[in-house]
Design a protein around this ligand. Structure first.
Ligand code: C5P
Length: 217
């Protein structure tokens, strides 16, 4: 059995915001609840927990180092900076896949406009970028896959493509909810279905990660 005491755990949470102008942004419906529940549970087990979080309405979990960010690029920079010495990385953030190619310095006006074309460019993948830096299976990596169809197949493909040890597959009903229905998949073919509060899922995810942590010791 792995012990979490003293291990450094890095968790990303919440959504990111990609500004269009000083008052508007692109984002998604993620509440941050899953990432915060994971951080609280990792801390409860004695881990040194760092939570890199986009804007949420949630209070900071006690004893957790909170690193607030706004955009995907900030989340990547903050996570890379805190990666040294990390034993486990969990990507629970719903990172905006795209950002406006440019941010207007003044508020975009509607007067005289018949429409507005938004030009978007892809954001970096925070988790995949961090995972490329792993050495000898370290740190251990976990992520999430939210899909509206072919959930398990798409989640497995995502786990392999991003180089993760574990992925949690869930549907859109999990967004901004306290309860969830999810399946934990590991790269060794384990499959753990779960239905219940996100706090309970956090515990199951950490349990499933223990096998991989043990191997890196
Ligand atoms: O590719 P997709 O967005 O479905 O992947 C989801 C997983 O990848 C989540 O764990 C999420 O935190 C992470 N991710 C990320 N940076 C992105 C997109 C996704 O870290 N730009």
């Amino acid at each position: 059995m792995a012990t979490w005491r003293g291990l450094k755990v890095l968790i990303t949470a919440g959504s990111t915001r990609e500004p269009l102008d000083p008052v508007r942004f692109l984002t998604n419906a993620s509440s941050g609840k899953m990432g915060y529940a994971l951080a609280a549970e990792a801390r409860r087990r004695g881990a040194r927990t760092v939570l890199v979080t986009g804007p949420t309405a949630l209070p900071a979990p006690k004893g957790v180092r909170l690193v607030p960010v706004i955009t995907a690029r900030e989340m990547l920079a903050a996570s890379l900076k805190r990666m040294p010495g990390t034993a486990v990385v969990i990507g629970a953030a719903a990172v905006s896949d795209f950002r406006p190619v440019k941010t207007s310095r003044s508020k975009i006006k509607k007067v005289g406009q018949r429409g507005l074309m938004l030009r978007l460019v892809p954001n970096p993948d925070v988790l995949a970028t961090l995972a490329k830096r792993r050495k000898n299976g370290r740190p251990v990596f976990a992520g999430f896959a939210l899909e509206t169809k072919n959930l398990l197949t798409a989640a497995r493909e995502k786990m392999n493509r991003k180089g993760l040890d574990l992925i949690v597959a869930n549907g859109p009903e999990s967004l901004d909810a306290d309860f969830t229905r999810a399946t934990i998949l590991t790269r060794e073919g384990e499959m753990v279905p779960y239905r219940g509060p996100k706090v309970g899922l956090a515990g199951k995810i950490l349990d499933a990660l223990e096998t991989f942590i043990d191997r890196t010791r």
